[in-house]
Design a protein around this ligand. Structure first.
Ligand code: SF4
Length: 80
């Protein structure tokens, strides 16, 4: 079975999200140490790239416990 992969970009970086891997920990979007200006599970698309800086988004992605969220920089030659 093919894995579902969703991508969201702000031109500088791309967030890669694997919905089947997400364990709905709420870490990315809670109000205390999450980033609710970017990760909005009640909206479609659920990720708003304009909600924070690239550095802040990367910091948040690194806290995802399941590996559902990952990223790459768009100028990374491996992804061009
Ligand atoms: S932090 Fe990762 S596992 Fe938790 S809700 Fe967000 S994407 Fe899903």
């Amino acid at each position: 079975m093919k894995e579902i992969v969703k991508k969201y970009t702000n031109g500088e970086m791309t967030i890669v999200w694997k919905p089947e891997v997400c364990i709905h920990s709420r870490i990315c979007w809670n109000n205390i140490n999450g980033l609710p200006s970017v990760f909005k599970p009640m909206e479609k698309p659920w990720i708003t790239m304009e909600g924070a800086s690239t550095d802040r988004i990367i910091e948040q992605i690194k806290k995802c416990p399941s590996g559902a969220l990952s990223f790459y920089l768009n100028n990374d030659p491996e992804h061009s």
